[in-house]
Design a protein around this ligand. Structure first.
Ligand SMILES: [Zn+2]
Length: 250
């Protein structure tokens, strides 16, 4: 796969802004995070991805093909990797973790919530149910379950674990916990300044605050789970409170 990263042109930037606004419509509590990312064009990627510095890689052809409505749903997916700290949580798995399985575990956790909330995603995205797993689990639990399945398990054959198709070996990028892809920008690239750990942490806290404010008005399962998972000091009681059985969409 050959990927060429560059600055978005004006038309692409306008289309991405429309997609971001659709994403905010679906997930208002993610507004700050959505506009904290640094978008760049990634020709040939075939999908969207994020890196550890909160760069958002957008294949312009895919953006056009999806249109703002579907692209907005995929943006909620990609930002989900960042606010749920999937890269940092992957680090905690140890040096020999399987990044494909981790990306899959992260994706089904995100899809589980977004599909329940009616967020549009490309056809065929993988869900916990498709892999024989219960809904409402967290990433580490799914990862452990998937790790126990053998590579010959039919349920994992041909699974598309990405937010929106594409054909690459890096899933949703290093922001989802994969090793940095060859086409990802260096951390100090001046054309798209990376978001550092302190700013990322602040953004997650702002998302968590917005989620809590929203939860008081509308008990909603996505918001509830993000309130727990997006906060560094989330504890067991938060995760229990975030059970989708308790906060099913009305
Ligand atoms: Zn993903």
């Amino acid at each position: 796969m050959s990927v060429s990263v560059r600055v978005l042109n004006a038309d692409e930037a306008r289309l991405l802004t429309a997609a971001r606004l659709v994403a905010v419509e679906h997930a208002p509590y993610l507004a700050h995070a959505l506009f904290s990312t640094q978008p760049v064009a990634a020709e040939g990627l075939g999908t969207f991805a994020v890196d550890r510095g909160w760069r958002l890689y957008v294949d312009p052809a895919t953006l056009v093909g999806w249109g703002p409505a579907l692209a907005g749903g995929v943006l909620v997916h990609e930002i989900g990797h960042l606010v749920r700290a999937h890269a940092e949580r992957a680090d905690a798995l140890g040096a020999d973790y399987d990044h494909h399985l981790w990306n899959l575990a992260a994706d089904i956790s995100i899809h589980d919530d977004l599909l329940a909330a009616g967020v549009p995603l490309p056809d065929g995205v993988v869900t916990p149910a498709a892999l024989g797993l219960a809904e409402g689990g967290i990433e580490e639990v799914y990862y452990a379950a998937l790790s126990q399945q053998t590579s010959s398990d039919m349920r994992l054959d041909g699974v598309d674990d990405r937010g929106g198709g594409g054909d690459d070996d890096c899933g949703c990028g290093s922001g989802a916990g994969a090793p940095p892809a060859s086409w990802e920008l260096p951390a100090d690239d001046p054309s798209a300044p990376a978001v550092g750990p302190a700013d990322a942490s602040m953004t997650r806290r702002r998302v968590a605050q917005a989620v809590r404010a929203r939860r008081e008005r509308q008990p909603w399962e996505v918001a509830s789970r993000l309130a727990a998972l997006g906060r560094p000091d989330a504890g067991r009681s938060d995760l229990e409170m975030a059970s989708p059985d308790r906060y099913r969409s009305p």
